[in-house]
Design a protein around this ligand. Sequence first.
Ligand SMILES: Cc1ncc(COP(=O)(O)O)c(C=O)c1O
Length: 380
Amino acid sequence: MIYFDNAATTKDKPHEVIEAVSYALTHFGNANRGAHEDSLAASLDIFKTRKKLTELFGNASPSHIIFSFNATDALNTVLTGLIKEGSRVITTVTEHNSVLRPLYRLKRERGVALTFIGIDEGTRLDMASLENALQEGADYLVISHASNVSGNVVDIDRVAELCKHFCCLLIVDAAQSTGSIKINMQQSGIDILCFTGHKGLFGPQGTGGIALNGDFDIEPFRVGGSGVQSYLHEQPLELPTHLEAGTLNGHGIAGLSAALDFISRIGIDAIHEKEMELANHFLEGIRDIEGIKLYGDFASRHVGIVSLNLGCTDSAIVSDVLSQSYKIATRPGAHCAPLIHKALHTDSQGVVRFSFSYFNTVEEVDLGIRALKEISKHLS
Ligand SMILES: Cc1ncc(COP(=O)(O)O)c(C=O)c1O
């Protein structure tokens, strides 16, 4: 299988990730649940991973890295734990359901007011509308750094500057940018960032987290065992314990730790450059296909996602032919991002998403180009 579905999850992982998970499975006890060697080994590995993540995100303290099981879990924890009754929240039509559904629930249950920022003709976020909405007053902005449909990357420094100016707390969904685009929370002024471990970070599924750039009053979504202060009726207040009830995915975090070493060895800029080389090579090869429609602003900052349609053919059909006849994995449909599909008028057709990773090759991309050309010829 040629795997071009890396925005869903990266399938090819660095070999050291597999080795680290295997080592953890055979050597780790339960972190923070004992003083014996095997428990301490797990605790130390988890602490080291927090430290690596503070370096990745440019936030100050390992205690302000909270582990979760994916970006959805992280976003639910932050949005549900932080946003109070009657708050005003700005978000965008580019958001994934992992942002939209918690916000819709907050609207229903806490009377939270939601404002949605749209995209312009060129599929970019409408920055003028965002500035106007911030000027009118908002408590929170929840925004994805990179769209999982168009692949467009938001100018997060400018967004953070605006949020600071208008005193709005900035929560970033970095599910599609982490590992591909450099992020420095302190330099940019991002307050809270949610990430997932299994996409651009090349870690195992079941890993992800929250990076906090400061102290925020987040009510825990989940309470329970913490390994410390067991006689308290409440979840201990100190971080990260406050937001990490229950046994962590220590085995997955060990894999994530090895993945972070891999990323630091190769360098995020080199990873991004390779992904973009592949995406641009693909774009060059397919641009002239008759009836092709492309969704995204490829002249601006982008991640390795190319979404397209062949004429009016249902995206599920194209993706299915790619899979069945060419053994090429892509993702059709709505990608859990309903509002951007409405904005792009692709809500009934969907789009076929190709997403490239550092581990793909130019030869694979050439096969993808050839397959699309043949399918297009066959359709017409
Ligand atoms: C932009 C965006 N946010 C959030 C998520 C949710 O990530 P996870 O499935 O790891 O919870 C995704 C997953 O595709 C995504 O693309």
